[in-house]
Write a protein that binds this ligand. Structure first.
Ligand code: OSB
Ligand code: MG
Length: 371
């Protein structure tokens, strides 16, 4: 397959409700969508980066720039490319994993549409549907939080994740546990907002009382040793998100005892194929993994659901129905069936953007071609 052009499209979709985390509030999904045009088929990719570099150093404008000037030219210079060639072709460029992952996703999609194989099958999926979890932002009041959680429980979500930060942790977690009982699968995500200071450690230790599945990323991304220390102080398992940037860092984190569960986000680790390598490593070690999310549109969601259908994804992912994020998704909406999402079986990622939605949401388009 020869890649002839890379289209970079910015879309802006309002979220159904503001999403507040320890690093800020998000009201829109400002995504970079990649379309590769090849001599076989076209392929779609989505970059996880947000408009501001708060979750990690990447942001949508930056991802677009590095693709335009450094990544796309390297792909367009190849005579032949499959999805497997993208990582090696881009390896000379340091960093920018979400930008690289978006390109890899688009090339995988195009190549698989060419052969008629689904991404799920290609990655090694073993199940036709995946358990759906929901990530709930920090709310202004515990009552409002409980109302939101009640709605999601009624909708059928199989696991609830609460965003927490120092000062908004014990009380909301205690209230949700008290209201929904011990059967609710519950976990928290701090996005690195805690430290090893006594007051922070005391708050995290207090969460041990609530039978949480895990605490996600309590300390900043580069605090592997700190997470190992913290793990020895807590009963609740530590799961790392931001800290895990590759299969190599996953192995290091596990060897250090920095985490016992791994959140896999394809964008954060540079692509779906590296995500599979992390999955394989964890499966071999008996470590549970689950698929994280970046408020993706239906495009990224389709690929994430395919990944989450691999055998080692034993915990519900941050893979919610389209309606949890958007009134109108870019693709046909993903809907919950008995708390699960169906793994797409069509060629490639199995979904395409709806044309009128794409036109309505697009804020800018740029085409990169061979010169
Ligand atoms: O830390 O998992 C995170 C969203 C944006 C950035 C970081 C995170 C999240 C979520 C939402 O928790 C996951 C989702 O439902 O897409
Ligand atoms: Mg997280």
């Amino acid at each position: 397959m020869r890649i002839d052009a890379v289209e970079l499209r910015r879309v802006r979709l309002p979220l159904v409700a503001p999403f507040r985390t320890s690093f800020g509030v998000q009201t829109h999904r400002d995504a970079l969508i990649v379309r590769v045009c090849t001599d076989h088929a076209e392929g779609w990719g989505e970059c996880g980066a947000d408009s501001e570099p708060r979750y990690s150093s990447e942001y949508a404008d930056g991802a677009q720039h590095v693709i335009r000037h450094h990544l796309a030219p390297r792909l367009l210079a190849l005579d032949e490319a499959t999805g497997e060639d993208v990582g090696p072709a881009l390896a000379a460029v340091q960093g920018h994993p979400m930008a690289k992952a978006a390109l890899e996703m688009a090339v995988l999609d195009a190549a698989l549409r060419g052969t008629g194989e689904s991404l799920a099958h290609h990655l090694g999926a073993v199940r036709p549907e995946v358990d759906s979890g929901v990530s709930v932002g920090i709310h202004d009041s515990v009552d409002a939080l409980c109302d939101t959680v009640a709605r999601h429980v009624t909708e059928g979500y199989r696991r609830v994740k609460l965003k927490v930060e120092p000062g908004a942790d014990i009380e909301p977690v205690a209230a949700v546990r008290a209201r929904f009982g011990s059967e609710l699968m519950l976990q928290v995500d701090a996005n690195g907002a805690y430290s090893l200071r006594d007051d922070d450690v005391d708050a995290l230790r207090a969460l041990d009382a609530f039978d949480l599945i895990l605490i996600e990323q309590p300390l900043p991304p580069d605090e592997l040793a700190g997470h190992a220390t913290l793990a020895s102080l807590l009963a609740t398992p530590i799961c790392l998100d931001e800290s895990i940037t590759s299969a190599r860092t996953a192995r290091l984190a596990l060897d250090l005892g920095a985490c016992s569960i791994v959140n896999v986000k394809p964008g954060r680790v540079g692509g779906y194929l590296e995500a599979v390598r992390i999955h394989d490593l964890c499966l071999a070690r008996g470590v549970a993994v689950w698929c994280g999310g970046m408020l993706e549109t239906g495009l990224g969601r389709a690929a994430n659901v395919a990944l989450a259908a691999l055998a080692g994804f034993t915990l519900p992912g941050d893979l919610s129905a389209s309606a949890r994020y958007f009134a109108d998704d870019l693709t046909e909406p993903f809907v919950l069936h008995d708390g699960r999402l169906t793994v797409p079986t069509g060629p490639g990622i199995g979904v395409v953007p709806r044309h009128e939605m794409l036109a309505r949401c697009t804020t800018a388009v740029e085409l990169v071609t061979r010169d």
